[in-house]
Design a protein around this ligand. Structure first.
Ligand code: ADP
Ligand code: 5GP
Length: 190
């Protein structure tokens, strides 16, 4: 067991719930929160950079690292592999740096299992599945097929909404952010 000085804040929720929008505000208001850069096998998107958004690995490289126990957690999300570096997270929180995580529910479960009360998980839920669909369509970043997969996955993820430390319903973005701002401020001074 490591001696944890920094806090871990995890934001989870289905695709389209508003996590990226809320994370942008969190990053601006809490610059002291560092972010772990995950490894992924998903292809780099336009505008992304190696070592900034992710470390991009082949499936073979990812499996090699996984088998060497380099990941604190890893998961298959929307058909690609994603993993969080154990070394980065442990050395950061031992040093006293607090971390912000944007990972999926499987990752949140693993982080919670590893850090217990040292990790605070905020589940961001849409007001309804219908509204989630509207947001995914309006966002315009995904094909109908991808939206279908994300909506199907969302049904399962939403069943877990009450299993975490905090549940924030993103009905109105300013109201939801206000709630998240208070939660994070409270965690960081605790
Ligand atoms: P996620 O990161 O969880 O996939 P996004 O932050 O990309 O979600 O949000 C999905 C879409 O919904 C975006 O187009 C965003 O602008 C919009 N959105 C986010 N929050 C709200 C809200 N409270 N009301 C209406 N639209 C929202
Ligand atoms: P994207 O490919 O859109 O960047 O991310 C897709 C999903 O993967 C998001 O839900 C994101 O939270 C999740 N994700 C990103 N990095 C990790 C990680 O290291 N571990 C886990 N479990 N999920 C991750």
């Amino acid at each position: 067991m490591i001696k944890q000085k920094g806090k871990i804040i995890v934001v989870v929720g289905p695709s389209g719930a508003g996590k990226s929008t809320l994370l942008k505000k969190i990053r601006a208001d809490f610059p002291e929160l560092k972010e772990s850069i995950s490894c992924t096998t998903r292809p780099m998107r336009d505008g992304e950079k190696e070592g900034i958004n992710y470390f991009y690995l082949t499936k073979e490289e990812f499996i090699q690292r996984r088998d060497k126990d380099s990941f604190l957690e890893w998961a298959t999300v929307h058909s690609n592999l994603y993993g969080t570096s154990k070394e980065f997270v442990e050395s950061s929180v031992i040093r006293g740096d607090s971390l912000l995580f944007d990972i999926d529910v499987q990752g949140a479960d693993a982080v919670k299992k590893h850090f217990g009360r040292g990790a605070s998980v905020i589940f961001v839920a849409p007001p309804s599945i219908e509204e989630l669909k509207v947001r995914l369509i309006k966002r315009g970043t995904d094909s109908d097929e991808v939206i279908g997969v994300r909506l199907k996955n969302a049904q399962g993820e939403l069943k877990r909404k009450d299993d975490y430390d905090y549940l924030v319903v993103n009905d109105d973005i300013d109201r939801a952010y206000d709630e998240i701002y208070k939660i994070i401020s409270g965690v960081l001074v605790s």
